[in-house]
Design a protein around this ligand. Structure first.
Ligand code: AN7
Length: 351
C-alpha cells in the first residue's frame, strides 16, 4: 500500500468531509525504531522506541498538523495563512501553502532559527518577516493580525493543527499493537503533548487500546515556564525550536500530564546535547537538538529509578538533525585533511 498521508490514513478520526480538498505531502507513516543500544548505554532495562518524525516531508512533526490546517484553510476559501515560528512551523506552513496555492507569511525571531528551517521557508516562497523579539512576541502579533484581518492563523492554537498531530499517537499504537506505558517528548509551545494525549484518549475511547500511557514532557531549563509555573520573559536554550517562554497550550499540557499521571520536567542544554550525540552515535538517528530533550528526560528519570524492568517507552524525535547542521558541526570531530597519496591514507587509517 502507498501511504496516503494522515488525513486519508485516519479519515474517520479527522474533521474532514468529502468536500475538503486534501492538501498532502504524504506526511506521517513515520518509523518507530527500537533503540536497544541507547537503552543499554544508559543502563535502562526498558523497551525503548524512537518515533522518528524527522522523516516527515519537511523534516518535522509539524507536517501532521499542517496538512489538516492548510486543507481546512483552503476549504473555507482562504487566500493567505500566517504563523509565528521557531522554524519548523514556518517550514511546514510554507511547503503546504505552496502546494495549496496559498500565500504564506511567517514571523520569526531574528537570528534564532536554524539555517535549514529558514532555507525551507525561503525556497517555498513564504514571505518571511523577522523581528527583534522572541517567539512569544511573534505569536502575540500574528494572533492579533489574524483576529482583525482575513488571514488564517496556522499556529497550534488553530484546532486543526492538533487534530492532525494526534495521528502520531495513533501510529504509535498501530505500530506497537497497543499503548506504550510511557510517552516522552519535548515541550515548547506545548501543542504536541496536548495532541498526543488527545490521540491516545480517542483510541482508548474506541477500544483500540486498553490502557493509556503516562505523558512525559521536557522543557529546556532556560525555557521552562510550565515547570517554573511562570512566564519566562527571555527564554534561552541551544534547542532553538523550544525557545518559548509562554506556551499557547500551557493549560492543556499540564492537564495531559496530570490526567495521565505523567509529568512535565526540565533538562539542561548539556543534557540535551549529550542525549543528541548518543542518539546519533548509538542508533544512527540524526535528530535536531530540541528533539533530544525527550531522550534527555528518559535518561534523567532512569537515573532516579523511575522505570520498572521491561517498561515500554516511546520517545518522539520531533525534527531532523539536518535542519541545524551548524549545531552538530560545532560539537563534532572535524574532518582530517590528508594528501591524496596512498601512503597518507594508510597512515590515517592506522594500518
Ligand atoms: C523540533 O516551529 O514551536 O510543544 O514554531 O520544532 O508542540 O511546540 C516548534 C516546536 C519540539 C515543540 N521539537 O513542540 C515552531 C515550534 C521541535 C519543534 C517542538 C518544536 P510544541
Amino acid at each position: 500500500m502507498i501511504w496516503p498521508g494522515i488525513i486519508e490514513a485516519y479519515r474517520e478520526f479527522m474533521p474532514v468531509s468529502k468536500r475538503t480538498p486534501v492538501v498532502t505531502l504524504q506526511e506521517g507513516g513515520t518509523p518507530l525504531i527500537p533503540a536497544p543500544r541507547l537503552a543499554a548505554e544508559i543502563g535502562a532495562d526498558i523497551q525503548l522506541y524512537l518515533k522518528f518524525d524527522g522523516t516527515n516531508p519537511t523534516g518535522s512533526f509539524k507536517d501532521r498538523g499542517m496538512t489538516l490546517a492548510i486543507s481546512k484553510a483552503k476549504e473555507k476559501g482562504a487566500e493567505a495563512v500566517i504563523c509565528a515560528s521557531t522554524g519548523n512551523t514556518s517550514a511546514s506552513a510554507a511547503a503546504y501553502s505552496a502546494q495549496a496555492g496559498l500565500k504564506a507569511y511567517v514571523l520569526i525571531p531574528k537570528g534564532k532559527i536554524a539555517l535549514g528551517k529558514l532555507a525551507q521557508a525561503m525556497i517555498h516562497k513564504a514571505t518571511i518577516l523577522q523581528i527583534d523579539g522572541n517567539f512569544d512576541t511573534a505569536l502575540t502579533l500574528v494572533k492579533a493580525v489574524a483576529d482583525k484581518y482575513p488571514i488564517t492563523l496556522v499556529n497550534s492554537i488553530n484546532p486543526y493543527r492538533l487534530e492532525g498531530q494526534k495521528s502520531g499517537a495513533f501510529e504509535v499504537c498501530d505500530q506497537l499493537k497497543g499503548s506504550p506505558l510511557h510517552h516522552f517528548l519535548p515541550v515548547g509551545n506545548a501543542g504536541n503533548i496536548t495532541a498526543y494525549w488527545m490521540g491516545y484518549k480517542e483510541y482508548y475511547k474506541r477500544g483500540i487500546i486498553t490502557s493509556l500511557p503516562k505523558m512525559l514532557g521536557f522543557q529546556a531549563a532556560g525555557a521552562a515556564p510550565i515547570v517554573l509555573g511562570r512566564v519566562v520573559e527571555h527564554p534561552k536554550t541551544i534547542a532553538t525550536a523550544i525557545r518559548i517562554g509562554n506556551p499557547a497550550s500551557w493549560k492543556q499540557a499540564v492537564a495531559a500530564a496530570a490526567e495521565s499521571k505523567g509529568q512535565i520536567d526540565l533538562v539542561t542544554d548539556e543534557e540535551i546535547t549529550s542525549a543528541y550525540q548518543m542518539i546519533a552515535g548509538l542508533e544512527g538517528i540524526f535528530c535536531e537538538p530540541a528533539s533530544a530533550a525527550g531522550i534527555a528526560g528518559v535518561i534523567k528519570l532512569n537515573r532516579s529509578g523511575y522505570f520498572k524492568s521491561g517498561d515500554s517507552v516511546v520517545c518522539t524525535l520531533t525534527g531532523h538533525g539536518l535542519k541545524d547542521a551548524d549545531f552538530s558541526m560545532g560539537i563534532s570531530q572535524k574532518p582530517q585533511s590528508i594528501n591524496g597519496e596512498f601512503e597518507d591514507l594508510v597512515k590515517a587509517l592506522g594500518f
